[in-house]
Design a protein around this ligand. Sequence first.
Ligand code: HEC
Ligand SMILES: [Cu+2]
Length: 320
Amino acid sequence: MRAYALAVLMLAGCAGQQSAMHAAGDQASTLMSLFRLMMWVCGIAYLLVILFLGWGLIRRRSAADTSEQPYHKLMVGWVGFILLGLILLVVASFLADRSLGQRQQVPLQMRVTGHQWWWRIEYRAGNGRWIETANELHLPVGVPVLLELRAADVIHSFWVPNLAGKMDMIPGKINRMTVTGRTSGWFRGQCAEFCGTQHANMALAVKVEPMGEFERWLAEQARPVSPGEGVAAGRKVFESASCVVCHQVRGTEARGRVGPDLTHVASRRTIAAGTAPMTHGSLRGWIIQPQAIKPGTSMPPSDLSPQDAEAVASYLETLR
Ligand code: HEC
Ligand SMILES: [Cu+2]
């Protein structure tokens, strides 16, 4: 009973927004079909081995029984089954690989760059311009998207299990993969190649949404900043502090390219690649001492007074 409960719990752990078992993209479902076929072929082979073993144990050969005939036939059948099973698996994985590697003319192109420990994301807009965001990937449902995967420092690996398999991001090299979201919703990606102390806090939020919604979202992200009311003080502090060396806020003096683009930072659900929720408190905490939230992160602590940090947090919160 306890073993059963444990098995149910473990299976429940596979469910949800970060699971290769719940394919929500064409590439993930190709992989899932291959996985299922492998399970069937290997499962049947395993069952047969156990059956033969049990049969051998029960039916001991009597000393008088010297006929080898029935065993020969069984042996031939068994070897035939193994060969067929292997050929089937080789052909199936060849076909799956071919379909994953297909580079059909895709209408949309995006760039994802792995950094220690966050994701730079760029969208190719209709006019050929690139629009930059971070840590949140939006995909229109049902449309194949070509992802260009790069790395800025060390090797990372791009992995959104619900959508597709893993692919390494290697400095100096561009790897390409096509993903096609099939089901709308939020999914969670995770860097899948150990890349340093905060590797585990290098998560990627992925939203698959209807084309209209995606286009609206992209148009919003493309727009330069329009800071809200009453945050002029915070903006001034931000622009006179070191922040602008590393961060870009399009439409202002801040043009740094080291860290994430903050033009629409408050439209994201989390900060620092899924490490903390997007709240006033975590923004303020992050600005004062990012190392306390994400030890080792390449954003240095600031020497802003608590009042100034508060004002900067309020300013950033209006960047939607
Ligand atoms: C030396 C470069 C550098 C400086 C200076 C810097 N940052 Fe950062 N910042 C980064 C990097 C790199 C990250 C990504 C860290 C991570 O996720 O591990 C980051 C992340 C952030 C984030 C979270 C963004 C997101 O979407 O996850 C905010 C907000 C932020 N910085 C605000 C500020 C503010 C405000 C200042 C000035 C007080 C500042 N930064 C100064 C490099 C810098
Ligand atoms: Cu990584």
